[in-house]
Design a protein around this ligand. Sequence first.
Ligand SMILES: [Zn+2]
Length: 1004
Amino acid sequence: MGRPHYLRVAAFAFAALLTCGILLADGDTQPGRDPKQPVDEAYTAKIHKYTTQPYFSSPLVDYLPADKNVPTPEAVLGDVAGAPGILPYAEDVYRYMRLLEKATPRVKVFSIGTTEEGREMIAVAVSSEANLKDLEQNHERLAKLADPRTIQLNDAEADKLVDEAVPVYYITGTIHSVETGAPTALMELAYRLAVDESPYISDIRDGVITLITPVVEVDGRDRMVDLYKWHLAHPKDFYPPLVYWGKYVVHDNNRDAMAVTLKLTENVLNTYVGWDAQVLHDLHESVPYLYDNTVGDGPYNAWVDPILVDEWQMIGARNVADMNKFGMPGVFTHGDFDTWSPGYLMFIAAMHNGISRLYETFGNGGADTRERTLEPDEYSRTWYRPNPPLPKTLWSQRNNNNYEETGLLTSLHFFEQNKRLFLKNFYLKSKRSIQKPDEEGPAAYVLPSDDPRATVQADLLRVMFKQHVEVFRATRAFTVALPVKKEKKPANPAENEEKPKPAAPTSRSFPAGSYVIRMDQPYSRVADALLDYQYWSPDDPQKTPYDDTAWTFGELFGVQVARITDLKVLAVPMERVREIPAMGGVQGEGTLFAIENHAEPALATLRYRLKDANIDAAEEPFGVADRKFGRGTFLIRGVSRSDLDASTKSLGLRAVALASAPSVKTHPVRRPRIALVHTWLSTQSEGWWRLALDILKVPYDYLSTQALAKIPDLNARYDVILFPPVGWNAGLTNIVDGLPMSWGNPLPWLNTPETPNLGKIDSTPDMRPGLGWEGVTKLQSFVARGGVLLTATDTSQFALSLGMANGVTAASSEKMKIVGAIVGTRLVDATSPIAYGYDEKISAYCDNGPIFSVNSLLGSRRRHLGPDANTRPTGRGTKDDPDFVIGRPAAEIPEEPEREQWELPTPTEEQLDNNPRVIPPTGRARVILRYADSKDLLISGLVEGGNDIAQHPAVIDVPNGSGHVILFSIEPIYRGETENTYSLVLNTLLNFDSLNAGRKNADK
Ligand SMILES: [Zn+2]
């Protein structure tokens, strides 16, 4: 196929660019090489060779300046950055950065921590020699701008600092391991910034400290490079999908900026805040050719300073303009990314008074040069994309590197040219964060010291510490005024007269020791965003939220958080705390110890830690002396007081020694043998479960569906099988069949000399087989013979498809839209051990969970019940008269039993007659938790069409043979953010052999 005419014209224009050097003038310094500086001819020739069309390049990157003292990326790569077939390991990237550091005083490398698997993360500073010598003094200036309290919020003083300070622009690469281009682009970028003497680049070098973390997801990068090398060695084969990135999570590693559960988030956050940087710019690859999603689309996050919104638009628009001037197609900044959720890595900056930025460039998932064909919505011309990408083109990693580097260099230059503005903005955003109580409110958030879930409260406060939020503790009790809520005037005033509402409280008191998160601090915004409520209107023009619509941490953790607007709270005597004060331990005298159950995950940790102790759970509330204990209270024997004291102190749990045993029905709380099952299709969701269990030190075997199918007797090895959500719309067929076996080649995930970073977490010679029907039989037999299978969302549907949960059906709804929202649920059966420690109302994370219904008959729909069920037909008489029949005496109409949506209907006499489909009472579903009524469903986020799921079961315990299948419609363990619902899973584990405790007598 010949090249189209217009491409030839462009090729000509490119030649013109090369010879003229600088074509584009915009009043500022012009981009392009310094003719006096020699060019590395061989390297430059290769840049041209690997760039598939001249317009996929720019005058900033179409040459490489030479410096005889400084090695180019070729020294490590053996070729140029972005060369086909070359993907360096993180270690190689680091080696190059350290070569640069040795060769030039313009580069410094810093170690910023390690990953879960112990690999190093680095940050590379590139700037002028003078700037790098002055790092400490410069940081002092930036730190004052970052915390204007240090200069008494004095604008004149700030202006002086703004004039003297050199800003920091932080760039992070390849957090998403299948997006492979950034490391080589950043190697070359560091070289250019250190070496290039053109005015355009030396402006940047002299005026900005560019900080680079070339590889964010280091564990995943090394696995990706292994895979790519495997692909090069087996060019004709399909190569295995990158099923593991980091140790725990895949793509969600870029959704951790709120709870900060992953090391990579913590390390980048500490670096960003530690340097008092102004920008965090994160590099991704999924959209052709460069989508600067900084501007994105609404709704914007409602907690950021409007100054930031202005900066996003200023930088984004200018970035697109600069690259359009170079004639690079497919560069745009508006688009379908909304800026609502603060969970993205880049949002660390938005939440800490900086500027968040993100590029999606175009990548080939490796370093192959490939013909790429786009979808119509990718190449269509729109108002914000007047020069869209081409429908079809040959694309190389070098093209990708050209776009990334050109985008970054133009951004850095614009940032440098306007650095006084951006530094002043940085100061103003920090100052306005401190002025928040007076200017916009609230004044503070208070976490009361008498919260019964003290260990979970501590975990929430630890998130605040990780976010560098200052936390205080009131040294005495205090009372604050509550805002007066305006009552909505009823349309008909007479209606309101009947039942006057009790007056809302006008003040609230907090005990001494309560935690206060003041809003007059530099990082008030991140605390405000995490602790506040979200509302996403169903009428919002944005119909496809990009991610979760809610994250209210008090609700997701299940701890009390009070938003206080009364400024008096700031005058309460308090002291700063940098860690949670020691709490817990044993009180009282006796050899039997009781620990109240408040559904704290730490109880599971304690159970596993006290291996030899006998622990029982109380099946009913009881009292000892004047003290009341709730259902699920741990009664502990066979452990020394000192051992228990040490354990409970380290976990923050409070134990009470009892003089005598209470008379209450109990059952043993044992340490179950757990299997956590994953597919080879996706490990994203289960990774968060694994991480939660590891943090809690709850041991488990990690098994693939393939491995599970090979175990001869599952009951001999395990008590509970956890099968977390799979994602990726995995239905029964996908889970059972896996990937196609009838064609293609085996997809190994093995630790071999060829792929030294694969395997380890789990391995297989072939990822394709799924659970298989033999595995299904094993799983069914495991439950029938007494095992407990716990499933959630799609794996619950899987269990239902297999007929493993009699009397439960699942539906979906076209109308319903619950997008990563927090919903209200209600305890239905508090006597179930799964519910131990919970109050009646439980907030839970839901993402369009399956709509469960329960029935007492197999394969039968529920009868339509409710208010409309018994309306009378048209006939004689009034509405309330019984129906009237001519020609026979009236027959009394039997009363329909009223059943709520979550209640199991009792079979009618007719249904019971000679009907083998009636489930015996002992085999019927037991609803533990249900969704709240429609009006109470929305706690935070977007809930539309909630009627369809309101009141339906949310957690169900279904007996099956001698075992149980536990079904979740909510997601109990998710992104390290949902500690409130962890104990629904942990309670199932600890009470695995007593799940029938409290089951109603009628059912026996
Ligand atoms: Zn990405």
